[in-house]
Write a protein that binds this ligand. Structure first.
Ligand code: HSE
Length: 426
């Protein structure tokens, strides 16, 4: 069996994940294996903070140079989070010839190309498994497969999946459930990163970067979060045979790439639609039609620390980073050009001719209706009822201009809601 080398580590960050890494490294000590990891230094923000794991005080410092400028340290693990100075530390470590292992999807999503190029130029290992813990076991197959993916969909954010599941279970709207998620620590006090789709976008960009050698710019992706989903929508979707998830969708057709993040209706009872609570999952189909999927935890101390340790073992084994070589020239499809099916919710006056008016506008825009659901009397505000329509496949540009017209009809009150409908892959 291949004998591993001794790895001298510098760790940036000793929060939940950093503590998990220290704990798992000490659990591994004395176990029969061929690798030895020596933790040389840990950079923290505050030296005197109480720690969840015992750490000798001589290991702690607040000065990044104690790792970056130490020639004994050959591998840097970055789990401090945030964009700056994490990005600068990653790049500096690579420039100094140190291997880097990072969980930082926000940095990779913004600077993936630059970071991978630096790792290549410096001939260093760059471990990114922990940036996508729910899906990293598929990463090598995405990179090595002779066939590119044709479509992938993913539920990559546990916070959103938890909130949507609880809304369904408890029959409550978004705001009270978000509050509860914040109280138990599943959602941040500023929850925007999760619920507005940024975290999902970061993970999708990193996956695409690894699969295609192309990290699409964050602001070029269509991104919509879950704030506008109501408990009513969850119930209507259920009645129509669907469940609502915050979905990452990527589809590749020749040189054109579609990449978007938004809530979506998925057929009930299959694949990702079955994910409950904080679970994450992915389904993908390649260009020859092979379909696979997996479900895995998307966050947490041990899942993240384990992914870091797997990268550390790769370093110890002297493995080379699998670099994402650009496979083809890709252009990003404009959102208005995508085609999918739609769930539409209108707040309409309950009077004669309303459905005809709405469906007339849809018809004028080449949008064909598959089914209609109208819920009975609603006294608040008087005479306004929710009308739900499912469409056949339509073009996003057409749907958007139809909705602008419909929202201006006298018989429609307030802004209509649109949720895209995806078929799922498995
Ligand atoms: N905040 C993320 C989630 C986990 O809720 O899934 C870290 O990416």
């Amino acid at each position: 069996m291949m004998k591993g080398k001794v790895v001298h580590l510098g760790l940036f960050g000793l929060g939940m994940v950093g503590g998990g890494i220290v704990e798992l490294l000490s659990r591994k000590k004395g176990k029969k294996d061929h690798h030895k990891f020596i933790l040389e230094k840990i950079v923290v923000k505050h030296l005197d903070k109480e720690r969840s794991v015992p750490v000798p005080s001589h290991l702690l410092t607040t000065d990044p140079r104690e790792i970056l400028a130490n020639p004994e340290i050959d591998t840097v693990v970055e789990v401090m989070g945030g964009i700056s100075p994490a990005k600068e530390i990653i790049l500096e470590a690579l420039k100094r010839g140190k291997n880097v292992i990072t969980a930082n999807k926000a940095v990779l999503a913004r600077a993936g190309s630059e970071i991978f190029k630096q790792a290549l130029d410096s001939d260093c290992y760059l471990g990114v498994r922990a940036s996508n813990i729910a899906t990293y076991r598929l990463i090598e197959s995405l990179i090595f497969s002779p066939f590119q993916f044709e479509k992938l969909i993913g539920v990559f954010n546990g916070t959103c999946n938890y909130i949507l599941t609880e809304m369904e279970k408890r029959g409550e709207d978004f705001s009270p459930i978000l509050k509860k998620a914040q109280e138990i620590g599943y959602a941040e006090q500023n929850p925007s990163d999760d619920i507005d789709g940024y975290d999902t976008a970061h993970k999708l960009i990193v996956l695409l970067g690894l699969a295609l050698g192309y990290f699409p710019p964050l602001d070029s992706l269509f991104m919509e979060g879950i704030r506008r989903i109501s408990h009513q929508d969850i119930l209507f979707a259920k009645e129509l045979g669907y469940r609502i998830k915050l979905l990452a969708v990527a589809r590749r057709e020749d040189n054109e790439l579609e990449a978007r993040i938004h809530p979506a209706l998925l057929p009930w009872g299959r694949g990702l639609a079955g994910l409950d609570g904080i679970e994450n999952g992915i389904e993908l189909r390649d260009e020859v039609g092979v379909e696979i999927g997996m479900q895995a935890p998307g966050a947490g101390k041990y899942p993240t620390a384990t992914a870091i340790l797997e990268d550390l073992v790769s370093v110890a084994q002297g493995r080379k980073l699998i670099y994402p070589q650009p496979k083809r020239y890709l252009t990003l499809k404009r959102m208005g050009q995508i085609k999918t099916k739609y769930y539409l919710r209108f707040n309409a006056l309950d009077e004669a001719g309303v459905l005809a008016k709405i469906s007339g506008v849809l018809g004028d825009h080449n949008i064909s209706i598959k089914s209609v659901l109208q819920k009975g009397e609603n006294k608040k505000p008087p005479g306004v009822v929710p009308v739900i329509m499912l469409t056949h496949q339509a073009k996003e540009d057409d749907i958007q201009s139809a909705l602008r017209k419909i929202d201006n009809l006298r018989v429609v009150k307030g802004k209509s809601l649109l949720i895209r409908v995806e078929q799922g892959i498995l």
